[in-house]
Design a protein around this ligand. Structure first.
Ligand code: ADP
Length: 226
């Protein structure tokens, strides 16, 4: 396995992007960049920006493209990402963000964009039972809780239901996904950068499929769908 990759993971809320990105970032030894986690960290720090972001996130709306692109541009300019690459989770989320990302990465373009496909009825069930660590972002569910109470196995942080995992905010995020983010699938397919991967099954099975799609692309440099 050659370390390093420049990847984007797309997929509906609850498709398993967060879980799979953690696994892929260990496999390829690249940083996992989750814009949702970065925004939640700003909320915890209690900055003025964090307070504004909290209101937007809790209601299920999107933070503006301008702000998001600024945050991501700064993160991609650090040594680790410049040398080894990254896995982007939650970005881009609009065609505007994808266009700006293409400009930022013009000299070192993306290797592959993966659409992690999970049907809506399954994601609705997963989101209703999802619980997350407030410190490290690790994902659990009411069916697979941490070992001791609602305390994170990895870091000892509190494991809770996310403030935006209410039925109203979930519906709004899924609607916004269809309207703003789903068009990116065709956008990346047109640019020969897209692979679709089935997100159903165990976490290990899904990681296996993702690694296969990524390695195929890296070996051949060819279109993953060809
Ligand atoms: P989910 O995919 O379950 O909605 P995330 O953790 O990726 O969760 O994002 C949580 C929230 O953070 C989003 O609902 C949105 O308000 C904000 N956010 C994250 N990434 C972006 C982005 N690229 N553009 C705009 N808003 C974003």
């Amino acid at each position: 396995m050659i370390p390093g990759a420049r990847l984007v993971l797309l997929g509906r809320q609850g498709a398993g992007k967060g879980t799979q990105c953690v696994r892929l970032s260990r496999h390829y030894v690249v940083p996992h960049i989750s814009t949702g986690d970065m925004l939640r960290a700003a909320v915890r720090e209690g900055t003025e920006f964090g307070r504004k972001a909290k209101d937007i996130m809790d209601s299920g709306d999107l933070v503006s493209d301008e702000i998001m692109v600024g945050i991501v541009d700064e993160r991609l300019d650090r040594d680790d990402t410049r040398h080894r690459g990254y896995i982007l989770d939650g970005f881009p989320r609009t065609v505007g963000q994808a266009e700006l990302l293409a400009k930022i990465t013009a000299t070192d373009p993306l290797d592959l964009v993966i659409d992690l496909v999970v049907p809506t009825d399954v994601v609705l069930e997963r989101l209703a039972s999802r619980r997350v660590c407030t410190d490290c972002g690790a994902n659990y569910s009411v069916d697979t809780p941490p070992k001791y109470g609602w305390v994170c196995d990895n870091c000892g942080g509190d494991v809770v239901q996310r403030a935006d995992d209410t039925p109203e905010a979930i519906q709004k995020r899924l609607d916004l996904y269809e309207r703003e983010t789903a068009p990116l699938i065709a956008w990346y397919a047109d640019r020969d950068l897209l692979a679709e991967v089935d997100g159903l099954g165990s976490a290990e099975e899904v990681t296996g499929r993702l690694v296969e799609a990524i390695d195929l692309r890296r070996r051949s440099g060819a279109s993953p769908s060809s």
